[in-house]
Design a protein around this ligand. Structure first.
Ligand code: C2E
Ligand code: CA
Ligand code: CA
Ligand code: CA
Length: 278
C-alpha cells in the first residue's frame, strides 16, 4: 500500500545518504594517504590508427572498498564533488599517475599520451596553474597531457572556458570533448570552443555495425570534426565489426575492450612495451 511504499522510499533515501556520508569520510582519509591500495588507477590504451609509434591512454579511477567491493567510478566522483574533495582528488590522481608511470623508461614514456578526466570543481581559473604544479618535476611533459571534459562542464560558462582553453594551449596541454553526443548542445560547443579531440560516446559505437542510421550520424560528426581540425576518438569499440565500421568512417583513435580493458599500472606497462616494440 501507499503508506508502506512511502516508508520504504524514505528508508532507502536515508540509507543512501548515510552510505554516502560514510564513504565521503573514508575517501577523505584515503586521499590523505598517498600509498593506500584501496584507491588506485587503471589505464586503458587508446590506439592511434595513423601513428602506431604513439600510444594514448585514459586514466580511470578505481576504489576497491574492503566491505562494499568496487564503487562505481561516477559515484566516487560525485561523492568527492559533493563533499568539497574535488581538488584533493585531482592532486591525489596526478601524484599517483606520476608514481605509476615513473617506472617507464624514458624512451617508452616519450611515446605515451595521457588523458585525464576533469571533474567540474577543478575546472576554474586556477586550473592551469594547478595542473602545471601537479606536473612539475614529474616524468610527463605537458605536451603529452590531454584533459577530458564533458559538455556540461565546458558549457557552464563559455567565456571562462575560452580563457582556460587559451591558457592550456599556451602550455601545450590538449583538450578533449568527452562523451560527445550524449548532451544537448554538442554542435554549439564545437562552434564556440576549440577542442583538440572529440570522443564519440560509446552509445554511438554500440550497434554501429547493425544500425542503418547510426553510421550516418557518426560519419557527419567525424567529417565536421576533421574540417574543424579536431581529431576523433571512438570509445567503447568492442568487436571486430564495430572496429571495421568505425575505421571506414575515419576515426583517428580507438579505445575499447576490442584492444584492451582498463589495466592496472603494471599490466599497462607491459602492454605499452609490447605495443611500442611493434
Ligand atoms: P568515461 O570518461 O567515458 O570513461 C570511459 C568508460 O568507458 C570507462 O568506465 C571505461 O572502463 C569504459 N569503457 C571503455 N571501453 C569500453 C568498452 O569497450 N565497452 C564498455 N562497455 N565500456 C568501456 P569507468 O572506468 O567505469 O568510468 C566511468 C566514468 O566515470 C568515466 O566515463 C568518467 O566519467 C568517470 N571517471 C572515471 N575515472 C575518473 C576520474 O579519474 N576522474 C573523473 N573526473 N571521472 C572519472
Ligand atoms: Ca573520459
Ligand atoms: Ca567518455
Ligand atoms: Ca555491438
Amino acid at each position: 500500500d501507499k503508506q508502506l511504499h512511502y516508508q520504504v522510499f524514505n528508508r532507502f533515501m536515508l540509507d543512501q545518504y548515510q552510505r554516502k556520508r560514510l564513504l565521503a569520510g573514508h575517501l577523505q582519509e584515503l586521499l590523505a594517504e598517498p600509498h593506500n591500495t584501496e584507491l588506485f588507477l587503471c589505464y586503458q590504451p587508446i590506439i592511434n590508427i595513423s601513428q602506431p609509434q604513439q600510444l594514448g591512454v585514459e586514466v580511470l579511477i578505481r576504489w576497491e572498498h574492503p566491505k562494499l567491493n568496487f564503487i562505481n567510478p561516477p559515484d566516487i566522483i560525485e561523492i568527492a564533488e559533493e563533499n568539497g574533495l574535488g581538488e584533493k582528488l585531482g592532486e591525489w590522481l596526478f601524484r599517483r599517475m606520476r608514481h605509476d608511470i615513473a617506472r617507464f623508461p624514458a624512451d617508452t614514456l616519450c611515446h605515451i599520451h595521457v588523458s585525464i578526466n576533469l571533474s567540474s570543481s577543478i575546472f576554474n581559473q586556477n586550473l592551469v596553474n594547478r595542473v602545471s604544479d601537479w606536473l612539475q618535476d614529474g616524468p610527463l611533459p605537458a605536451s603529452q597531457l590531454i584533459l577530458e571534459l564533458t559538455e556540461n562542464i565546458a558549457l557552464e560558462d563559455v567565456q571562462l572556458s575560452r580563457k582556460i582553453f587559451t591558457q592550456l594551449k599556451e602550455r601545450q596541454i590538449r583538450i578533449a570533448l568527452d562523451d560527445f553526443g550524449t548532451g544537448w548542445s554538442s554542435f554549439s560547443y564545437l562552434k564556440d570552443l576549440s577542442f583538440d579531440k572529440l570522443k564519440i560516446d560509446k552509445s554511438f559505437i554500440k550497434h554501429l555495425d547493425r544500425d542503418k542510421r547510426l553510421p550516418l550520424f557518426v560519419q557527419a560528426i567525424t567529417d565536421l570534426s576533421h574540417q574543424l581540425g579536431i581529431s576523433v576518438v571512438a570509445e567503447g569499440v568492442e568487436t571486430e565489426s564495430e572496429l571495421s565500421k568505425i575505421l571506414e568512417i575515419g576515426a583517428n583513435e580507438i579505445q575499447g575492450y576490442y584492444y584492451s580493458r582498463p589495466l592496472r599500472a603494471e599490466a599497462f606497462h607491459d602492454f605499452a612495451e609490447h605495443y611500442l616494440a611493434g
